[in-house]
Ligand binder design. Structure first.
Ligand code: C2E
Ligand code: MG
Ligand code: MG
Ligand code: MG
Length: 291
């Protein structure tokens, strides 16, 4: 009824929501300037092999250091950047930054096996994407397999008919794809057969409940079994406890990322970890505290 509608409309404008809307509006304006004014920073979160705690790579994670409001997390500004059509420029900036950093480490003799870069659907499905990626990798003189791309299931849906072509171009280039937040989307599993798709990242929401939740335990076990039979590697996200670590290792998951091993850290700190690992004769660095 009209009366109900009126009430709903009225109830919509709580002071809290007005404050949120104001913040969003102010941030939207500032976001346009953030790239020019160099307010973005990249952190790197290491991932480790369950087998021997070897550092297998890292994921690049973006932070916006707002001059007045402090650090703003990607969950808040990435959707805004998508709305504004800025995400392509941000993702390109991230990729160039990562390639330059990898190139610098290569020249210092601390070769990182792999850095994962998150790519938004809008840019990944753009016709210029693969060419841009190729030229950024070549310009920086790094090996293509040192870059991995993280996309979500909904990105594959958005790509539609172009999926096969994009994926085979990436495979030819030597850039592997990880399916991020695996299990949270709603799509067919057919894309898991595409040659460029080499990793599944089990979403943190399934890892959280381990090992107590019988449902989460079954889901994770099934994901790992399916991935292994398809020849895909599994990376568990958001590993925070020893018990989660033990469970995941027990069901045959190969790799983990989470606060248990390391929070996202600055490039210079990751460089330090890489240097320690590269020292001949020195025992492998154990990011996992001995249990
Ligand atoms: P994601 O790719 O799934 O990244 C994992 C998120 O989980 C990161 O949050 C990371 O800091 C957090 N995390 C890692 N380990 C743990 C843990 O043990 N416990 C908990 N509670 N959290 C953990 P972050 O950095 O806030 O990133 C959030 C999302 O923003 C990312 O999810 C990704 O989708 C997006 N994002 C981040 N950087 C970029 C970027 O450069 N470009 C694009 N397009 N998206 C990005
Ligand atoms: Mg990711
Ligand atoms: Mg994820
Ligand atoms: Mg494959």
């Amino acid at each position: 009824s009209a009366k109900q509608e009126e009430r709903n409309t009225y109830r919509f404008y709580t002071p809290r929501m007005r404050a949120d809307a104001n913040r969003r509006l102010l941030l939207l304006t500032d976001l346009r300037r953030a790239l020019e004014e160099n307010q973005f920073q990249l952190l790197y979160q290491p991932s480790i092999a369950f087998e021997n705690n070897e550092l297998l790579g890292a994921e690049a994670l973006l932070r916006w250091h707002h001059p007045e409001r402090g650090y703003i997390m990607p969950s808040e500004f990435v959707p805004m950047a998508e709305t504004l059509g800025l995400i392509r420029h941000i993702d390109e900036w991230v990729l160039d930054r990562v390639c330059r950093q990898v190139s610098q480490w290569n020249s210092e003799g601390v070769k990182i096996p792999r850095v994962a870069v998150n790519i938004s659907a809008g840019w990944f499905s753009h016709p210029d994407f693969v060419q841009q990626l190729t030229s950024t990798i070549e310009r920086n003189g790094i090996e293509a397999h040192q870059i991995m791309l993280e996309i979500t299931e909904s990105t594959i849906l958005q790509l539609g008919d172009a999926t096969r072509q994009t994926m085979s171009s990436l495979h030819e280039l030597g850039v592997a794809i990880a399916i991020d937040d695996f299990g949270t989307g709603y799509s067919s599993l057919a894309y898991l057969k595409l040659p460029a798709v080499a990793y599944l990242k089990v979403d943190r929401s399934f890892v959280d409940g381990l090992p107590e939740s019988a449902e989460d335990a079954s889901i994770v076990q099934a994901m790992v079994a399916m991935a292994r039979s398809l020849g895909l590697a599994v990376i568990a996200e958001g590993v925070e406890t020893e018990a989660q670590h033990e469970f995941l290792r027990g069901v045959g998951c190969e790799e983990g990322q989470g606060y248990l091993y390391s929070r996202p850290i600055e490039a210079k700190n990751l460089g330090e970890l890489l240097r320690q690992e590269a020292k001949p004769g020195v025992a492998r660095l154990s990011l996992v505290p001995p249990s």
